[in-house]
Design a protein around this ligand. Structure first.
Ligand SMILES: [Zn+2]
Length: 461
């Protein structure tokens, strides 16, 4: 178990690194170079950033993506999934055959005094698909036109039971010290504002909506109208009013849209509460924490909907994503999309400025220069936002970005890494996780984590 006085330094590790480099190499690098106190290992995912190698070589491991579609990276047991349309779904292929990441890392972690955490990200839209998983199509959303959607429905009881079954299987059959659950999904209104198709309008959602007094057919009608306008199927140029006014008019005509957004979000956030309660039932002494999506810090709607105060009752720690170099272009992309939809008439610069005022982010860098990365002080600000929102004392482990390999993100230097660690300490974080994953990180930047941690927290950190 974790020493409560120890500053948490989690190293996020994709299963592929264990296969490519071996457990001892990865754990030695995590502990000796990055001063890690915990190995945070992905146990189940379909999202590339949690299981892949980077396209650009990081200087260690094997070059280039492996292309595996993912699944579960520990041994699963069919008896936990009886009656469900989806099994534990072990990741297959020669790379992962026989690799149980928790069993593989456990002895090495224990002998080094490292804690071992499992990590699972609730299904998101960051690139992973589950087309190869038998039964998964039965879990998918239905869009406003009656088409099957891209993501699983959070109101589908089989989907929720599947997630519970996965967690139960992991806890009952494996030895580890803690678990992290990633919360990275937003509701139908957000998706519409971004010009994406929305969900969900399946029979399960209709039941949930009806219980809340919401007519989901009317909600679907409203979304069809909004999205057809945004997608240009209805010529908005002939309309007298701008898009923002049409949106407001739509919300007044169809208040169900707001009611359904609230209902959907309650169901979604209820999922991690279920998981927390289950984890506490399974192993009350093992910390169970939540990964907090980066949009929480830049999206006024999400900040409003996600009640951080409530998390003190459904998490033992929080891991907010505060990748300061990546966040600059992410903010700009978000503002640009809004300026092409609900904020039509505003320039991307104006939309960005409005967003930052709404969420109370007073950044030294403005659009478009923020595309080169935000100052590391963003990490401190983010930690403080979370800490100030909580109803009690909950450890905050700032997820700092070390070599985030995504389009638009500038290269990370050791100075950037050290500044991020320092900002996390300044903000009052109880620790950090080095993110997104070891496979992406260069050795000099990995060492910079350790240099900063030892300088700021002492040799025994
Ligand atoms: Zn549904």
């Amino acid at each position: 178990m974790q020493d409560q006085g120890k500053w948490f330094v989690g190293m996020q590790i994709n299963p592929v690194s264990l296969a490519d480099e071996g457990v001892d190499v990865v754990l030695d690098a995590a502990q000796e170079k990055a001063a890690a106190t915990a190995a945070v290992v992905t146990v189940h995912t379909f999202n590339p950033e949690l299981m892949e190698r980077p396209a650009e070589y990081s200087g260690h491991g094997v070059r280039g993506p492996h292309g595996n579609s993912g699944g579960t990276f520990v041994t699963t047991h069919d008896e936990y999934y009886r009656g469900l349309p989806v099994s534990g779904f072990r990741a297959s292929g020669s790379l992962f055959d026989g690799l149980d990441v928790l069993d593989a890392v456990g002895p090495g972690a224990r002998s080094r005094g490292l804690d071992l955490y499992g990590y699972m990200l609730e299904t998101t839209s960051t690139g992973g698909t589950q087309t190869h998983v038998p039964g998964f199509s039965r879990l998918l959303e239905i869009d406003p036109w009656g088409r099957v959607g891209q993501l699983p429905c959070v109101n589908n009881p089989d989907y929720r039971l599947w997630k519970r079954s996965l967690l139960t299987d992991f806890y009952a059959t494996h030895d580890f010290d803690g678990f992290a659950w990633g919360v990275e999904r937003w509701g139908p209104l957000h998706r519409a504002l971004m010009g994406e198709s929305v969900g969900c309008f399946c029979p399960y959602c209709k039941e949930v909506a009806a219980a809340d007094g919401i007519d989901l057919d009317r909600t679907a009608t409203a979304y069809r109208a909004v999205l057809e306008t945004m997608w240009g199927q209805v010529d908005s140029s002939t309309e007298r009013d701008g898009f923002a006014l049409r949106m407001i008019d739509g919300l007044l005509q169809y208040p169900e849209v707001l009611a359904w957004e609230r209902s959907w979000t309650r169901a979604y956030l209820g999922l991690h509460r279920e998981m927390y309660g289950l984890a506490k039932w399974l192993a009350p002494d093992r910390p169970f924490g939540l990964g907090l999506w980066h949009y929480y810090f830049i999206d006024p709607l999400l900040r409003t909907e996600w009640n951080a105060w409530d998390w003190t009752r459904s998490a033992d720690f929080l891991r907010p994503i505060l990748y300061h170099l990546a966040e600059g272009h992410r903010i700009q992309d978000f503002a640009t999309k809004l300026s092409q939809g609900p904020l039509t008439g505003a320039t991307p610069e104006e939309a960005c400025s409005w967003l930052m005022r709404m969420v109370g982010l007073d950044l030294d860098v403005k659009f478009p220069a923020m595309g080169d990365g935000l100052p590391a002080d963003y990490v401190r600000t983010g930690v403080e936002i979370v800490r100030n929102s909580l109803a009690g004392d909950l450890p905050v482990y700032a997820a700092i970005g070390v070599d985030i390999r995504e389009k638009g993100c500038p290269a990370t230097t050791p100075e950037d890494v050290e500044a991020a660690v320092e900002a996390a300490v300044d903000g009052g974080a109880a620790g950090i996780t080095a993110s997104r994953n070891y496979a992406e990180m260069t050795m000099p930047n990995l060492e910079a984590v350790g240099t900063a941690v030892r300088r700021l927290r002492g040799a025994g950190a």
